[in-house]
Design a protein around this ligand. Structure first.
Ligand SMILES: Cc1cc2nc3c(=O)[nH]c(=O)nc-3n(C[C@H](O)[C@H](O)[C@H](O)COP(=O)(O)OP(=O)(O)OC[C@H]3O[C@@H](n4cnc5c(N)ncnc54)[C@H](O)[C@@H]3O)c2cc1C
Length: 443
């Protein structure tokens, strides 16, 4: 019977093991706990939730709710566990974390096709572990020796050790009567950047609010990453009232067409996707709490009604430069017998990591069975996420949460409350067709 190896028994690795076993393929699942723990993992169980117990919105007309619905329809073990261990949380899907991990650990342990091997894997040969199809799902805190081995496989320059994520806004939510297009020192109206101009008063109030805003405390193991890389915007602000005006908010070489003058400061927005549906706030990586980010960043002229599809963060994180390194099937371009899943593949979040585990499990099994690996259609939440991470511009690659800005545009303009429904209807129709392909529907 064909066998595959999966390294990492977290959310992605457990989901991948389950999907491969459903396809009749034997799996060795390698998990380093309890022999070794990352700085955030504490429990010996599989699929441990290291922080929040929420898998975010469960509404199908939200992008993350849709991603979950697609997984439910595709027989996801993680979704079965989440539904069975649900705790009240309004429209969100929150779980009792120990029941959740117990459910998954039991299901995997009881599966006759899956063998759990409790030992750290320290290297991956180019042909995969034991020369078999291998999935790497070792997560944001991949152990050091395996990180080194992964860097050798992918190319040192394409493996990163922390993410410094700046918020992303939907283009259609910008007030273009205030925002102007210009790249530094280029003629007004031209260039790649959108600029949100501020006068002195607006700038000083903005800095004050950032300084006072509530922040997420840094964990001990995150500190090194944070000092070696780009600083959070609020830390720059602490260094003096003008520090940001000489950093990410510098206005030189820009002229506001409304005044004909150089603004006191600007926030620059850079296109995030090929269709220019989303813009990234340049240099605005931050540890401000999410609700504080929305409140404070909406003080920026032009962003008063901004819809944030991603909020800023800074994390210790091991991930590859997905557009350079992986195919949309999650296979490494250079070593197609090795697949990446979960956070290392360049997505962000529990649900997104699980979704990549689902696809890696399906594709690893297909490869082991001599079948072609699959790519979900881009209209689905799975497909939109994969298409985004594998097509993004390499230079600015940062991990991504699922959001409707990643989906191909709808043919028509709809009010915001109808948009989610329209994306979900289209996605689920495509998902049903795609579902005919991997393996039989959920039992
Ligand atoms: C501190 C922290 C907090 C986070 N909080 C949230 C949050 O609140 N909400 C959210 O949506 N996302 C959060 N994330 C992001 C991310 O979604 C989760 O980390 C998620 O668990 C990733 O899933 P995964 O399967 O890729 O990795 P993990 O769930 O981390 O699983 C990886 C597994 O691989 C094992 N492993 C590592 N190296 C080896 C090795 N060499 N050999 C064998 N086994 C190995 C680990 O022990 C672990 O069990 C957080 C990340 C971090 C680091």
């Amino acid at each position: 019977m064909p066998e595959i190896n999966i390294i990492g028994g977290g959310l992605a690795g457990s989901e991948a093991a389950w999907q491969a076993a459903r396809a009749g393929v034997a799996v060795s699942l390698h998990e380093m706990k309890p022999e070794r723990y990352s700085p955030a993992h504490k429990s010996p169980q599989l699929a441990e939730l290291v922080c929040s117990n929420s898998l975010r919105s469960d509404a199908v007309n939200s992008a993350v709710g849709l991603l979950k619905e697609e997984m439910r329809r595709a027989g996801s073990l993680i979704m079965q566990a989440a539904d069975a261990s649900r705790v009240p949380a309004g429209k969100a899907l929150a779980v009792d974390r120990s029941r959740f991990s117990d459910f998954i650990t039991r299901a995997i342990s009881d599966n006759p096709l899956i063998e759990i091997k409790r030992k750290e894997v320290t290297s991956i040969p180019p042909g995969g572990l034991d020369e078999t199809i291998t999935i790497v799902a070792t997560g944001p805190l991949t152990s050091d020796s395996l990180s080194k081995s992964l860097a050798q496989l992918t190319g040192e320059e394409y493996l990163y050790f922390y993410d410094a994520i700046a918020p992303v806004v939907l283009a259609e939510s910008l007030d273009m009567t205030k925002v102007f297009r210009q790249s530094r020192y280029e003629p007004p109206g031209q260039g790649d950047y959108l600029n949100c101009p501020m006068n002195r008063q607006q700038y000083e109030r903005f800095v004050e609010e950032m300084l006072a805003g509530e922040k997420v405390p840094l964990r001990q193991f995150e500190k090194a990453a944070y000092f070696e890389g780009c600083l959070p915007v609020e830390v720059m602000a602490e260094r003096g009232i003008d520090t940001l005006r000489y950093g990410p908010m510098k206005p030189v070489g820009l002229t506001d067409p409304a005044t004909g003058e150089t603004p006191h400061a600007v926030v620059q927005l850079r296109q995030e996707d090929i269709d220019s549906t989303m813009y990234n706030m340049v240099g605005f990586q931050t540890k401000l709490k999410w609700n504080e980010q929305e409140r404070i960043f909406r003080m920026i002229p032009g962003l008063e009604n901004a819809e944030f599809v991603r909020l800023g963060s800074i994390h210790r994180n091991t991930f590859v430069c997905a557009p350079k390194v992986i195919k949309p099937t999650l296979q490494l371009k250079k070593h197609p017998g090795i697949l990446l899943a979960g956070q290392v593949s360049g997505v962000e979040g529990y649900v997104e990591s699980t979704a990549m585990g689902w696809l890696a499990g399906v594709n690893a099994a297909r490869l082991a069975l001599g079948l072609e690996p699959l790519v979900p259609p881009p209209e689905t939440a799975h497909g939109a996420l994969i298409s985004h991470i594998t097509n993004m511009e390499t230079k600015n690659f940062q991990p991504m949460n699922v959001n409707f800005g990643l989906f191909p545009r709808l043919g028509k303009r709809l009010p915001k409350r109808k948009r989610g429904e329209a994306y979900a209807d289209r996605a689920l129709k495509q998902w049903e067709i795609f579902q005919g392909k991997p393996f039989p529907p959920a039992e």
